[in-house]
Design a protein around this ligand. Sequence first.
Ligand SMILES: Cc1cc2nc3c(=O)[nH]c(=O)nc-3n(C[C@H](O)[C@H](O)[C@H](O)COP(=O)(O)OP(=O)(O)OC[C@H]3O[C@@H](n4cnc5c(N)ncnc54)[C@H](O)[C@@H]3O)c2cc1C
Length: 559
Amino acid sequence: MFCNAHGLKERVFCRVKKLIIIGAVAAGTSAAAKARRNNENISITVYDKDSFISYSNCGMPYYIGGEVDDIDELTPRDVNFFKKKYNVDIHINTEVIDINPSKKMLTVRNNKTKVVTTDTYDKLIIATGATAKMPLSIRDASRENVFCLRSIKNAQDIKHYIEVSRAKKAIIVGSGFIGFEMYENLVNLGLEVTMLELSDKITSILDPDMSKYLRTTLEKKGVNIKTSVQVEEISDNSLKLNTGEMLDFDLVIFAVGVTPNVELAKMAGIKLGEFGAIKVDRYMKTNIEDIYACGDCIETFSLITQKPVYRPMGTVANKTGRIAGDVVTGGSLSYHGNLGTTIFKIFNYEVACTGLTETEAIKTGIDIVCCHNIKPNKPIYMGGKEMLIKAIADKTFGKLIGVQIIGEEDVDKRIDVFATLITYGAKVEELFELDLAYSPPFSTTKGPVNYTGMILNNAMHKGRLLISADQLDLRQEDIQIIDTRSTKDFDSKGHIPGAINIPVDKLRATLSELDKNKPIAVYCNKGVTGNAAQNILLNFGFKEVFNVSGGHRFYNETR
Ligand SMILES: Cc1cc2nc3c(=O)[nH]c(=O)nc-3n(C[C@H](O)[C@H](O)[C@H](O)COP(=O)(O)OP(=O)(O)OC[C@H]3O[C@@H](n4cnc5c(N)ncnc54)[C@H](O)[C@@H]3O)c2cc1C
């Protein structure tokens, strides 16, 4: 008997009669759906200890903020949907409490009736996800106004509490994407919000200079952030920081990351990786025969370095779930690694990253070139809004390896193009060659992606060296700094310490005043005129001429 039309391999998998999946959110339901698409003949059972399944965690901040009216919009599929559409049996409120790999047996407890039963599997997929971290000192001190945001129940509890208590003041602990999304949504509800961050910089996905730029930008808009602070004590309506400062609140939301749910797997002898999540191969196989894992409970690997990473993201959960569902039914899908591509929004700012940051690249031992580029998403006459792009390239291989963007519009489009370029190993010069869509409502003739490639190519292959704001600060003594903006801008908008003002149109006439043997750094507002000045100096025989990456704008916003 054939399971489907694909031949011998599938006939072998006909011996698989029973697939069990633990966890029914992103990864578990993707696995179930794919397994059923591949094979009509196996029985598929999914256990989840929660009562909500297959929901969009990612939409929860917008439900709390009121942009999504009804929680049902985030939970469109229930047990009946999966039975009807996929012939998959999902048991909710049912926790798997033990896996016995030698007997291929599970112990299962119905958390409503408390009845404990057993079940057996031919193939098992663990998709137990992750749990929001709570600081040790607070974890057991359950307070009705201290929350985390992981499940639909958490979202309902937060929304309910805000409504009934008429909360006015909120504290968000953690400056990751969930922290920022909650910040925006609570402000939209009229709350006064303070964000606390343990580290000295916000958002771990950005390099320190981009993080500083984001902070300056957000603080100008009134976002209230305190960094290098730790919550030490928490009482009914106030908390104490390690600095001694007391802050009042009506509610606190902890958004300080997640811990993979691996206890069950660990007890069964399944190996964990260096991040404490389940170790799997490219086919989602664990070290134990016939047990697979996917989603937030597993460690994956970086597409660039091929080294292990922990990326608890919906994107990864859906892909790894699909791969697990395919492989257990005889398919050949495999995982190719990820770039950690992330995007979030706070008010009218969009923040995104893909690939390695400068910090990560240096840690990995990659010799790099970085550029900062400020460009509008479309012509200013069409209402274009600027975005700041930091791009990182591998000097040895000439390839783009990482990008971070902060901007107001169309950041998603650019980060996705960059992610695609990195995925296919694009060399920096190839970014200029891309034939991207242009018309004034959409982009500029050479778009921000093309420009980024031109800058990196010029820096790496044409001697148009770049110096970052931080590097410049370290070299103040041995470098001549020339501000090429107008004298009016130099005087009124501030300038880099030690800089002399030579507007670019006067530069050719002033060359004799400069020391040809001393390195020179030139800058303008955003980098374009700086590059023109750099070209003039190099063409006149100056040897070591840098353009300040991101110009005065970036320098100024990051000091
Ligand atoms: C507020 C928020 C916003 C987010 N925004 C984004 C975003 O914009 N982009 C993005 O890519 N990602 C985002 N994510 C992350 C994304 O939601 C997760 O990566 C994804 O949900 C992981 O899916 P999963 O199925 O692996 O795990 P989970 O969603 O954690 O599901 C695991 C399930 O397993 C069940 N389970 C665990 N142990 C057992 C057991 N022993 N027995 C039975 N059942 C068990 C749990 O009850 C749970 O239902 C966001 C997450 C949150 C919380």
